[in-house]
Design a protein around this ligand. Structure first.
Ligand code: ADP
Ligand code: GLC
Length: 469
């Protein structure tokens, strides 16, 4: 099969979160199984771009509203990622350093999608599947089916993967002229709640839709940031497919970011060495349980609760544990977390920002990983933590519920709680400190979790079956 993934992120070219990890891995595993998997994404000005060689494969132009844009498609020349990576350049719109966060993101991603569809319409053959990821690629199925200029693509099957339904790509009807001319009878396929909604449009137009865990798909039926009714209506073509993790990148035995690599045989000694180094660097005590948080500092991740959880835990449990936070996001949460450091010096530390290397060192050196998420469509952090022998403390929601079982249950191995409240999270932290005081039990659990298989092989097959369907 020939599959084209359309996405705003793909690791290591550009990653803001799990979307990048997934789009950097799934095509690689599809290629390994003998399929042709290609990724097309915007040509942001990232380090990867400057450190690799590319060749120009296509040049074209399109109109968007009253403007005329020229675009160029380049392809990574050496197949270093294990699949073909194509980048779309549109001067003035995509030639930026960051992925998101600009005032003209609507214009940027609409133009990106038009360029992709325009390019595909010039091919001499048709791919089997166009697989779009999240709302930044959500207009593609509509454009392929209903824009006059691209009618030659209308028979190609499309798949939408929803990594996060909170963000939907809303666009006022006054911007409808951004979309290349279409059959106006079909306008309803663009709309939800009186506005153009890219994610809703893709849910309506894609041949099949999937979310990244079963648990999340069920939640969307009653909690989907306004799209609940649409999910209920389209339930028949929606599936849940749990993400995998790229075990070539995330393996404590070969991880290029770790000084002390380790496996099942030597984890006790080497994990301790990683922890010692991390604690020394961040002024923490290596003989206390180290609880870490890694992620976007936003409400979805319940990051707003972290300052109080950390303060209360350290205060009421008399400093029995240490916390280390790595993240970026909401400026107010960043400010609070930075400030807290002054009051809790020696018990807590933080690095605000995005740091791939440090994240690997934290998965390796920590005892526990905290994920109190209010919404977690899948969550990759807990799966990385498991592989690195770090016990996840998670709220029972979405993909977290599907991948972590409380150690109090038969065959359980993590710490689970039900509500994203300071009280519940602190209680879970307390249970972590109790568990830490039982080294034998800890070791048993670590051995068990390091062997849990969350590799992409299984999920890749399920995606292929979805394509075949
Ligand atoms: P989401 O995609 O919702 O942010 P996931 O759990 O699916 O959540 O994936 C998050 C990914 O981003 C993981 O690879 C995690 O290690 C990484 N990550 C998040 N924040 C940071 C950060 N500040 N520095 C380094 N890596 C980060
Ligand atoms: C999203 C979700 C996260 C998921 C990731 C990859 O960013 O928030 O839960 O793991 O996509 O699918």
């Amino acid at each position: 099969m020939e599959i084209i993934h359309v996405s705003a992120e793909c690791y290591p070219m550009a990653k803001a979160g799990g979307l990048g990890d997934v789009v950097g891995a799934l095509p690689k595993y599809q290629t390994k199984l003998g399929h042709i998997a290609k990724v097309v994404m915007p040509m942001y000005r990232t380090k990867f771009l400057y450190n690799h060689e590319f060749e120009v494969v296509h040049k074209g132009a399109f109109g968007m509203a009253h403007y005329w844009f020229e675009y160029t498609i380049i392809k990574e020349a050496t197949n270093v990622l294990g699949f073909d990576l194509y980048l779309v350049d549109i001067n003035g719109l995509l030639n930026r350093e960051k992925i998101y966060g600009y005032d003209d993101d609507t214009e940027r991603f609409t133009a990106f999608q038009i360029a992709v569809v325009d390019w595909m319409s010039k091919w001499h053959h048709h791919p089997d599947i166009v697989h779009v990821h999240d709302h930044q690629a959500g207009l593609v199925p509509f454009m392929m089916q209903h824009c006059y200029a691209y009618k030659n693509l209308s028979s190609i099957k499309t798949i939408l993967t929803i990594h996060n339904a909170q963000y939907q790509g809303w666009m006022d009807w006054s911007k409808s002229n951004y979309i290349p001319d279409w059959d106006k009878w079909k306008s309803g396929l663009l709309e939800w709640d009186n506005t153009i909604n890219s994610l809703a449009s893709a849910i309506k137009c894609a041949s099949k839709v999937n979310t990244v865990s079963h648990g999340y798909l069920e939640e969307l039926m009653y909690m989907a940031n306004g799209l609940e009714k649409l999910f209920q209506y389209e339930r028949g073509k929606c599936f849940g497919i749990l993400n995998g993790i790229d075990t070539e990148v995330w393996d404590p035995e070969t991880d290029k970011y770790l000084d002390e690599k380790y496996g099942l045989k030597d984890f006790a000694e080497k994990k301790r060495a990683n922890k010692k180094e991390l604690c020394a660097r961040f002024n923490l005590e290596e003989n206390k349980p180290l609880i870490v948080f890694i992620g976007r500092l936003v409400g979805e991740k319940a990051a707003d609760l972290l300052p109080q959880v950390i303060g209360d835990s350290i205060y009421f449990m008399e400093g029995k544990m240490n916390f280390l936070v790595l993240g970026s996001g909401d400026p107010y949460i960043e400010y609070q977390l930075s400030n807290l450091h002054i009051h809790l010096f020696g018990y807590y530390n933080t690095q605000i920002g995005y740091n791939e290397k440090l994240s690997h060192e934290m998965y390796a050196g920590a005892d526990f990983l905290l994920m109190p998420s209010r919404i977690e469509p899948c969550g990759l952090n807990q799966m990385y933590a498991l592989r690195y022998g770090t016990i996840p403390i998670v709220r029972r929601t979405g993909g977290l519920k599907d991948t972590v079982k409380d150690f109090g249950e038969p065959d359980g191995f993590g710490i689970c709680f039900n509500t994203a409240s300071v009280g519940d999270i602190c209680h879970a932290v307390y249970r972590a400190t109790e568990l830490y005081d039982q080294p034998e039990k800890m070791n048993q659990i670590i051995q068990h979790i390091m062997q849990i298989d969350h590799s992409w092989e299984r999920s890749t097959e399920i995606y292929l079956n979805l394509y075949r369907a």
